[in-house]
Design a protein around this ligand. Sequence first.
Ligand code: URA
Length: 195
Amino acid sequence: IASAREAARTAPTLEALRELMQTFEGCALKHTATRLVFADGNPKARIMFVGEAPGRDEDIEGLPFVGRSGKLLDLMMGAIGLNRTTAYIANVIPWRPPGNRTPTPQETQICLPFIQRQIELVNPDVLVTLGNPSTQTLLGTREGIMRTRGRWFDYDTGARTIRALPTFHPAYLLRSPSYKRLAWQDLRAVAKVLS
Ligand code: URA
C-alpha cells in the first residue's frame, strides 16, 4: 500500500497515475465501487475543479460530475465561458463510497497522494475546491465553507504555488439555491484571474 502511494508521488504522466490507481488495492472503497472515476476534461486546462467523491451516476459512467450535481457544475462553468474541453474535473476520492456516505478521514488520507499528484501533473493556474471535504483536505483548513468560500488560498505543490478558491459544492446549491448568488460571485472572481 505504502509503495503504490509512494509511486503516485512520482507518476510521470496522468496515464501512469491512472494505471497506478487502477491496480491500487489499499483503499476499501475500491472494492465496493463499480469502477475508478479518475477525471474528466482537458488535462491542459488552466483551471481545475475538485469535488468530493463519485456518486451513483459517476460510478456507473466512470466520469466525475455527470449526475444532477454535474449538470449544475456544467452551468456554473458555463457562466464564465468554461466547459469540459477547457476545464479539468476530478474528486478527492476516486471511488464511490457505499450509499454515498461521507468518506472517512482514513479513506481520505489514503487517497490524498493521488489527487495531489493529479493537481501537480495538470498544473492549473487556478484550483476551485467544491465544498468542505475538498477545501479542508486540499487547503489544510478546518474552517467551514461559509467562511472559506470566495477567499483565495495558496495550494503549494512543492514546486509551485497555485491560487485556489473554495466555493459551494453544486449538490449543496441544489439543496440551498439561495447560495447560488454567492457561488456565481466566486465564479466571476475566478474568471477575472483567468482573463
Ligand atoms: N459529487 C462530487 O463531489 N463528485 C462527483 O463526481 C459527483 C458528485
